[in-house]
Design a protein around this ligand. Structure first.
Ligand code: ATR
Length: 295
């Protein structure tokens, strides 16, 4: 059932817009953040037909809505609607946070920062880490800049279609060079020729939503073999949450630590909450407790 801002005249109303949307965990996450910080707000669901996205957004804000999270399949459309974009939104080319200020629609992207913050939970900093990212689509382009800003040592983008990985490398090479981050592109079958281990292996392909994996068993074996030479445990991560993907299973079978994207969902929500409510920092939001509640 779509939330109507006019039904809550004494609260600031937010929502997540998507199609489908019924199973979103965002209302639960934001209500927990509101409890933690004593904010008077209501967060609901907003379903939209694909061709009615712009109209649904406009009506929500016209009725007094304060902010929206945007999920599949609307992140591109949200980007195109904005009057103002943050640097993260511009770099990502997609938007997952909308809000209205002085009559202008603002867009931001916190997905990448959410992933980096979730990975940081495992270790205080990602500085000097080597990262292998599988995929070069919409989900991945939003995470490159936050990884560069976290000053990882290297990012290798591996994709079935090499040109898309190369395009991302070209797009971010200046920012990477400025912070001394090595950025590389690789076609998937070249995984079998890699000889350097990685600290973090991330599946950002859309295979997480299907019963496929971006890695053949031979490639998974090879990655495991080179990564085993690391003394610290290699983390493998799938941006999808709520299931063990084929990629996660493959890595688990090789003894890797695996994680799904639920932490990323909570962390991106924390950044959205901070942006909307203008919190000076994120310290007041206890994302670990929220994650524990959801699991
Ligand atoms: P999203 O917004 O989820 O990233 P997308 O922009 O369509 O969706 O990108 C999907 C990504 O998953 C791409 O990197 C795609 O590889 P290609 O660029 O070669 O198409 C990758 N992908 C999808 N199915 C795949 C599969 N079966 N094996 C390997 N990669 C796959």
């Amino acid at each position: 059932m779509n939330i109507q801002p006019s039904d809550y005249p004494h609260q600031d109303v937010y929502a997540v817009i998507g199609n489908p949307i019924a199973h979103s965990k965002s209302p639960q996450i934001h209500h927990l953040f509101a409890q933690q910080t004593g904010q008077n707000m209501k967060y609901g669901l907003l379903f939209s037909e694909v061709e009615e996205f712009e109209k649904t957004v406009q009506e929500f804000f016209a009725a007094g809505g304060k902010g929206l999270n945007v999920t599949v399949p609307f992140k591109n459309k949200a980007f195109a609607m904005c009057d103002e974009l943050t640097s993260y939104a511009k770099a990502a080319g997609v938007v997952n946070i909308l809000w209205m200020e002085n009559g202008k629609l603002f867009g931001d992207n916190s997905d990448g920062l959410g992933l980096v913050r979730d990975l940081m939970d495992e270790s205080d900093s990602l500085k000097g880490r080597s990262v292998l990212i599988l995929g070069a689509g919409g989900a991945v382009q939003g995470v490159i800049l936050p990884f560069i800003k976290a000053e990882v040592a290297s990012i290798v983008i591996v994709n079935r279609t090499f040109e898309k990985a190369l395009e991302l490398v070209n797009r971010f090479e200046q920012e990477a060079a400025a912070l001394g981050v090595h950025l590389g592109a690789l076609e998937s079958h070249w995984i079998e020729n890699l000889d350097e281990p990685f600290d973090i292996v991330i599946n950002g392909t859309s295979t997480g939503l299907t019963s496929n994996s971006p890695l053949t068993n031979i490639q998974a074996n090879h990655l495991a073999m080179i990564c085993e030479t690391k003394d610290k445990s290699v983390l493998s991560y799938d941006m999808v949450y709520g299931k063990t993907t084929v990629f996660m299973q493959q890595m688990q079978d090789h003894g890797f630590v695996v994680k799904d994207g639920l932490g990323m969902l909570v962390e991106q929500a924390a950044v959205a909450f901070q942006v909307w409510r203008k919190l000076p920092d994120l310290a007041k939001l206890d994302t670990k407790i929220v994650l524990k509640t959801l699991r």
